[in-house]
Write a protein that binds this ligand. Sequence first.
Ligand code: GDP
Ligand code: IMO
Ligand code: MG
Length: 424
Amino acid sequence: MTARMDVLLGAQWGDEGKGKVVDVVAPDYDIIARFQGGPNAGHTLIFDGRKHVLHTIPSGVFREGTVNLVGNGVVIDPVTLVKEIRDLEAAGVDVRKNLLISRRAHLILPTHRALDAASEAEKGVGRIGSTLKGIGPTYMDKTGRNGLRVGDLELTDRMERYQALTRKHERLLALHDRPGAAPEASEEWLTAIETLRTLQLVDSEHYLDQALRQGKRILAEGAQGTLLDIDFGTYPFVTSSNTVSAGACTGLGIAPTRIGKVIGIFKAYCTRVGSGPFPTELSDATGERIRQVGREFGSTTGRARRCGWLDLPALHYAVMINGVTELAMMKADVLSGMSDLRVCTAYRVNGQVTDRMPYDISSTIEPVLEPVEGWGELRADRPIPTGLQHYIGLIEQHVGVPVKLVSLGPDRDQTLLRDKTLVN
Ligand code: GDP
Ligand code: IMO
Ligand code: MG
């Protein structure tokens, strides 16, 4: 039987700690492949006293010998990508050797970013809270069959293609009474594509197929989270790609029958950055405490993240949609020492209690909160305290899958494997 590809993804509203877990498990894989999203992502890795934030490059980049592939489902801003490569090179990482880029990945143009800003400005109070990286407009061009792809950069008429798309965008921007991209931005973009052209561009679906046939182990790395999925998230306050496990198939060209484990990453509480419904949000001192202790400020935009209690109906929904086989729980240390912990076990919708995620999770939803026992300091060299064990037990019972990894701090080493089968 050929090897399987495992999938690792966010089970909440993003920023669950995907980058850290990918970095921890990367030595057990030959290839780490990003399958969707773009530089709206910010994946943080901390080891040897240094912090690195990745936006486009997969989180296996610090592991010697691991191939990092940017799949067809990703949207790439050449300027961000080139800056990321330079920063990594400055930190002594030889990125180019093991970095592969799918020819089918779409490119973010400076005018996509301008269109993103125009769209958000027009929405006013109804704005999504986008990272303004041009994600929505680029995926719109992809599905609208207008997009520019990485492989187009190898064609002789690439400049004509770029100019035609830019002109189209400028006409749209004029309708919004907005200028096109600044000349410096276009200049920077054109310089960056020259660097992008020197990278290893591949037909990634064939590359991955062959790798699986050779018995290589692949981990698909998701960006954002299930509740930001274009179909199953809290629409319209979502991103523009399929963040769920099915997205790993379309975003890499891997058949569903070849998927092995699906690892869902979640925090011991919830956060959300940007607008949109958030049933367990804490707009009080407790929410502020979690924000400060958990350093809940965006890795990409620096915005304060909204914080709230763990939402089990939402986590259960993520387990269902993704077919999660095992969970990794992050940031339990942030709740250490809190005596008034709560967890949402159901919702009250129009007076009815339900544990099902409803179609419309707007303000009419009230979380049913249950008090839980707290825990003290957590250390990787000590057993998990009883309070936390009960918390994990409650989660496992509710969602029906095991929590196999518990993260006790941001560093690579602050990680506890409850079950070694997570990584083999
Ligand atoms: P990602 O987008 O899912 O990769 O997550 P981010 O990197 O955006 O956000 C997670 C943040 O939490 C980062 O600042 C990590 O360094 C940090 N982090 C990850 N795991 C833990 C943990 O177990 N405890 C604490 N305190 N911080 C963590
Ligand atoms: P990672 O991979 C958290 C949010 C934005 C906004 C909405 C749409 O680090 O978990 P977009 O830029 O896609 O138009 O924004 O989605 N968002 C994220 N929130 N983590 C992310 O990525 C996010 N990427 C986008 O804040 O609410
Ligand atoms: Mg992030």
